[in-house]
Every structure is written in structure tokens, then in C-alpha cells.
Design a protein around this ligand. Sequence first.
Ligand code: PDD
Length: 284
Amino acid sequence: MSRVVYVNGSYVPEDQGKVSIFDRGFLFADGVYEVTAVVGGKLVDYDPHMERLERSLKEIEMSWPCSKAELRQMHEELIKRNKLDEGIIYMQVTRGSADRDFKFPKETKSTLIAFTQVQKLLDNPYAVTGVKVVTIPDIRWARRDIKSVMLLAPVLGKQRAYEQGAFEGWMIEDGKITEGTSSNAYIVKDGRVITRALSNSILAGCTRRMLFRMAKEHGVTIEERLFTPDEAYAADEAFLTSASNFVLPIVEIDGKRIGGGQPGPTVRKLREIYLDEVRAQAGV
Ligand code: PDD
């Protein structure tokens, strides 16, 4: 499969999508990214992703690589050129290419790249079976609110989870769950959804934000507080959210079955109302 990818203003075949070995994204992970879902050829929840990008850029003192209108147009052009019906668009902006020096280079143009990836989002078989997670230590830096491309800790964490037969790793800090390696973490107890409040300790998920809105409209209570692995083991239900998985039930944590090993009623309802909103946005 040969895609058309975007590199610094040009649309090129994927094997011609190249950036410099001096790019600071490559040398220092000096950049930020976004992953936006596409359903029915339409961007899902695009504006919150761009709001978060704006914040990430500001926090690392980088300016926009192009205008907001151009960035949206680039997303739409990639969908069109790749005839993408369902999947994701990955976009990354780095501080550009310069001689290796830790401090910011002067007058370097940022690097902007983006590509599509086909993925089944609506009919995800894991939504029916649920997935397993294992807990792992949270060894990341202190600014997890920034969607940084510095992802070695999540890469090692996801690999550790995969080797144990799990789909995701839930990271633990000071005895409490922070989030998944690439998703936000939730448990359900007595019909109430429990998830950690936003802070520098976790990424402010766009899926989380839309889920909060949908839950409110449908009378589902969400309690923002810390929770421990023991509380998670004793939960009625558990789930994760991300742009690439929407709302996904969890049926096992550290080998302990949650909710009898089946996706429970609250998470099934939340996934359904979430998908209704996605379908409405996509017009499918
Ligand atoms: N990851 N927490 C972390 C650490 C994440 O990396 C992600 C997303 C989320 C969920 O955010 P959102 O709902 O906006 O996707 C939470 C993306 C999907 C990724 O890195 O592929």
C-alpha cells in the first residue's frame, strides 16, 4: 500500500517522505503531535485536537508551523488523496533542523509532517470482547499534559504490557493510576465513572472531553479523583479512551477479572452514545 504523505508543504508518495537527520524531532524529541480519528472520510472532534496542539506548542515555546486554516486543509487533503474512509491522521511538528545544540536554534523553520493510517474504529472487535491491561510504573517526565513526541516510556510500557498478553499498560505513580500508555483510564463503581482529574500528570484526552459532555447529557455521573490498583480490581467495570479506540471496555486488570470478564452495561452505553456522536459528526 502506498500512501501520499505530507512533508513541509508537499504531498509526496510515502517512500519519498523524508526529513533531515538534523531534525530536532529526531535528535531531541523536540516536538509535539496529534492523532485525529477519521470516520466516513470526515475528521472526528477536530477542533479540540487543534486547541490541544495550540497549548502544546505554547508550552514548549514553538509557533504554529502554518495557519490554522492551512492545517485543516492539509488534514482534509490527506483524507482525499488517500481515499481514507476510516482510520487516523497523525501529525507532528518539530522545532526544525539545525546543528545539534540543546538550546533553541535561531530562525529555524519548524518541520511539519502528517500521514494517514487505515484502522477500523467503529467495528472494533475488542469493543465486543473487552481487553486486558496490566499495571506498570509511570516512569515518564513531569509534563504529561504536553503531547510531546518523547514517547520512550510509553513505548517500553506498551511493550511490557504486550509481552504479558495485555492490550494496554496502566501506569502507577505514588500508588495511584495515572493513565494508559496511550489512553486515559477509568473505572466504574455503583454506576459512577471514576477517572483522575486533569493536571500535569496526564494528557487531557479529547475523547475524554467529548465523553464527559456525552455522559452529562445522558445522566451518567463522572467523579474526578485518584484511584488505586486495588480499587480498580474491585471495580464493577473499567475502560479506556483515546482517539484511536474511542471507548474500549477492559475486562481484566493484572490477571483479575473485572465485571465477570465481560464488558458491563455502563461502558457499553458510553461506547454507544459516543459512537452516536461520532456518526452524527461524520454523517454516516
Ligand atoms: N494517544 N493519554 C495518553 C498518554 C495518550 O497518549 C493519549 C492519546 C490519550 C488520549 O487522548 P485522546 O483521547 O485525545 O486521543 C491519553 C494517541 C492516540 C497516540 O499517541 O496514538
